[in-house]
Design a protein around this ligand. Structure first.
Ligand code: HGY
Ligand code: MN
Ligand code: MN
Length: 414
């Protein structure tokens, strides 16, 4: 096969593929609900496997459902260069979070096959299971297992809020593969992703040259008060779990405000018995703290943990609290960051360096292989929202820079 130089991706084909796969879990508002290892996830996985095999790629699945599609290169003695992200979405997710990274990689592969271009190193596309962590906490769970952060059994044991286990669901949809986690090797990974924030759009830059990911910590809080009659229980005698949770949630917000550019959020809450004429007796909620600096994240954690007992004592309720996840701040590989920077320049796009506010599989993969990311803008910086939006041009730019960066790195294997 002869090598070609003008390896230009086909933005229309990428866009059409993004819109085609959005039907797997598509919602009436134009978003996607494709929770990890759901039936919708199975359908997009089956589609992805078939499309990769059409390109002559081999597709392997590991024991936690991570999918690895490989195209051989000239050299059989080196591990593949990987391009990876995720196909699972939030319950009210958009069409691009994660999906652009996997389908942008597919477009890059389609371009190489069309042009009869043979890379030096093999090339690989990876679909990581359960990046979102919405159905099964924590996030980035299965890239975390691949990187040795979690055990396979821990991942299998994770339950959704209905008590269903990840391991059972992987079995049910036929994606509990035969390869051990971590056994399928690659030498480096590039991840294309929408920024999910407002910076690139505000600065009118097409490409984010991503230098790392901020630290993230997740916690679970259960507040225990006393169910009682809303009509017959005097205000001063109540043990109102929901009132305590409300004050705790405000205190957590204040922790974020006091440690900018850190962020502090409560996203999931369950109020029991959730009856209009019962003083709530128990409330479960989740906490998400993030900051680029681990020492500040420690301070945020201390401030949050100091607020809970103060509020609980005031309102005569009890509470239980635990940290369920810590993903430390991570820096990406300078040599790959340089490939992205030169890839953007080669494609003629303005770029800027930035760290990621959102978590990504790349954060864990950076522990086991040189890794970096390519960002493109999204409309208004909105993501984790069915209104998430980008343009054909932005998606095309991201895929082109991804291809340019991978081929720049591939030249080191000549
Ligand atoms: O939580 C995150 O940042 C990612 O979207 N899972
Ligand atoms: Mn994502
Ligand atoms: Mn996400």
């Amino acid at each position: 096969m002869t090598a070609k130089t003008n390896l230009t991706i086909n933005p229309q084909r990428l866009w059409d593929t993004l819109m085609e796969t959005a039907k797997f879990g598509g919602t009436p508002k134009g978003g996607i609900k494709r929770l990890t290892v759901s039936d919708e996830d199975k359908r997009v996985r089956d589609w992805f496997k078939a499309e990769c095999e059409k390109l002559g790629m081999t597709v392997e699945v590991d024991e936690i459902g991570n999918m690895f599609a490989t195209r051989p290169g000239k050299r059989k003695d080196v591990a593949p260069i990987a391009m990876g992200s995720h196909l699972d979405t939030q319950p009210t997710g958009g069409k691009f979070d994660g999906v652009l990274g996997v389908l942008g990689a597919l477009e890059a592969m389609r371009t190489l096959v069309d042009m009869g271009y043979e890379s030096n190193a093999p090339l690989m596309i990876v679909n990581w299971t359960n990046e979102e962590g919405s159905r099964f906490a924590p996030a980035m769970l299965c890239s975390g297992v691949y990187a040795g952060v979690f055990t396979t059994d821990y991942a299998y044991s994770r339950e959704d809020r209905q008590g269903i286990k990840l391991g059972d669901e992987l079995e049910r949809i036929g994606y509990k593969g035969k390869h051990k986690a971590g056994a399928i090797k690659f030498s480096s990974m590039f991840e294309l992703h929408i920024e999910q924030g407002p910076i690139l759009e505000a600065e009118e830059k097409m490409i984010g040259v991503v230098t790392g990911v901020q630290g993230m910590r997740w916690y679970e809080v259960t507040v225990k008060g006393q169910e009682s009659h809303t009509g017959a229980t005097p205000m001063g005698l109540r043990k109102n779990a929901l009132l305590a949770a409300a004050r705790m949630i405000d205190a957590i917000h204040q922790v974020g405000m006091a440690h900018l550019p850190g962020v502090a959020s409560v996203g999931l809450i369950e109020n029991r018995p959730n009856s209009r004429n019962v003083v709530p007796g128990e409330v479960f909620f989740t906490v998400d703290l993030r900051h680029p600096d681990e020492s500040v994240l420690d301070k945020m954690e201390a401030a949050y943990r100091a607020a809970l007992p103060r509020i609980a004592d005031d309102l005569r309720v009890e509470f239980e609290e635990k940290c369920i996840w810590k993903s430390p701040a991570v820096k990406f590989a300078p040599e790959l960051i340089e490939c992205v920077r030169s890839g953007a320049k080669q494609a003629g796009y303005a770029s800027r360096e930035m760290a990621s506010g959102a978590g990504h599989d790349a954060a864990y993969i950076a522990r086991v292989a040189p890794t970096t990311m390519v960002f493109v803008p999204c409309l208004g910086g909105i993501s984790h929202n069915e209104a998430e939006s980008t343009t054909l041009e932005e998606c095309g730019a991201g895929a082109q820079v991804l291809l340019n960066a991978v081929l720049a790195h591939d030249r080191s294997f000549a």
